[in-house]
Ligand binder design. Structure first.
Ligand SMILES: Cc1ncc(COP(=O)(O)O)c(C=O)c1O
Length: 384
């Protein structure tokens, strides 16, 4: 199998699996219990919190565990807006993950004004637009650090500078940046930041939200006192322990992985460009998570390419996993200006820790033939 869909999810690191399996076997206590078996689990949760905090340059008291990246995004946005009820405006970008975009639509239905920052053809947000719409009435700006479909890295520093002039807090969805770029909350200067365990070789169903001390935030799930009283519910203990271990391993090796994987990704990208004519690269040439490679194959349907590759046990994606089941073209590719029929032909390949040179060679060997075959039977004339 050649797995090239690491932006959708990553395989569990064997060391993480080992740690989780040890934990599940040895520790069943409730971390809220006061006797020793509960205390021990609490201690292990604190250790995991420290590991995740260390990986993003935060203090452990600023890290709240949640049930997913999606929940962290919802929590950040709704939590901040509800804490500042007098402010009725929210600003985000047109190419956010549905975890943010659908939350924005929900807010619109609740009567909030939402501004969606447009992007250029590379996916970079329009800072002038931000400057024009931000006001004293803005409760929060939320712009992702790196895009999941095309990898484009947003100018967060500039966004934070503009928001700062109005005292507006900034949230960033760093789910796709974490593990691939340096994510340091202090250096970035963000107020809230989302990460998710299953994108860094940890288990699924666990995320975290960084909340800078002093940021007003209303609890989102009500109940017990867990997670500093901000996210009630008995913790997903094994998931959190696994997330902590994944974050620890990440810190040890992400830079080395990055160098190796970027070279591999470049080989894949330039190989595809050389071997297949008439393809359209999507994303910023430089300001991009380099391991995310998105090409459109005009005249073809992405799904046909995906299925043909799957018969060879090569797994890739059309746009994002979340929009895969919908017939619509990717909102990200439409926002960067692609025509719907071109957007519907786009395939994303995303590399990760367990990919090798052989994986890339295999794709470069198989892909040109698949595209030729599909083009031969395609009723559409490729037109870029
Ligand atoms: C940018 C981005 N944000 C949020 C999420 C959602 O994270 P989770 O799958 O943990 O809910 C994803 C997952 O694909 C993502 O790519």
């Amino acid at each position: 199998m050649v797995y090239l869909d690491n932006n959708a999810t990553t395989p569990l690191d064997p060391q993480v699996a080992e740690k989780m399996s040890w934990f599940i076997r040895e520790h069943f206590g409730n971390p809220s219990s006061l006797y020793p078996i509960g205390r021990k689990v609490k201690e292990l949760l604190t250790e995991a919190r420290e590991q995740v905090a260390a990986a993003i340059g935060a203090h452990r008291s600023e890290v709240i565990f949640t049930g997913s990246g999606t929940e962290s995004d919802n929590f950040a946005i709704i939590g901040v807006l509800e804490a500042r009820p007098e402010k009725k405006q929210f600003i985000t970008s047109a190419i956010e993950h549905p975890a943010v975009l659908e939350t924005a639509r929900y807010l619109e239905r609740k009567g909030y004004t939402v501004h969606y920052l447009p992007v250029d053809r590379y996916g970079l947000v329009d800072l002038n637009y931000l400057d024009a719409v931000i006001s004293e009435d803005t409760a929060l700006v939320s712009v992702m650090m790196a895009n999941n479909e095309i990898g484009t890295i947003q100018p967060l520093e500039e966004i934070i500078r503009i928001a700062g002039r109005y005292g507006v807090p900034v949230h960033t969805d760093a789910v796709q940046a974490f593990g691939k770029l340096e994510v340091n909350v202090r250096k970035l200067g963000v107020d809230l930041l989302t990460v998710s365990s299953h994108k860094i070789y940890g288990p699924k169903g666990v995320g975290a939200l960084y909340v800078r001390k002093g940021t007003p935030l209303q609890p989102f799930i009500h109940g017990g006192h867990q997670e500093f009283g901000l996210r009630a519910g008995t913790e997903n203990t094994a998931g959190i322990i696994g997330f902590g271990e994944a974050a620890r391993i990440l810190q040890e090796r992400w830079k080395k992985d990055k160098d190796r994987l970027e070279k591999l990704a470049e080989k894949l990208k330039s190989g595809l460009e050389q071997k297949i004519s008439n393809i359209v690269f999507n994303g910023h040439p430089e300001k991009r998570v380099k391991t995310t490679i998105n090409f459109a194959y005009p005249g073809l349907e992405a799904e046909a390419i995906l299925l043909a590759l799957a018969t060879k046990e090569i797994y890739v994606s059309t746009g994002s996993a979340c929009s895969e089941e919908s017939e619509e073209a990717s909102h990200v590719l439409l926002a960067i200006g692609l025509r719907p029929e071109i957007a519907r032909s786009a395939i994303r390949m995303s590399l990760g820790r367990f990919n090798s040179d052989q994986d890339v060679e295999m794709v470069l060997e198989v892909m040109p033939g698949i595209i030729d075959q599909l083009r031969a039977i395609s009723p559409f004339q490729p037109e870029v």
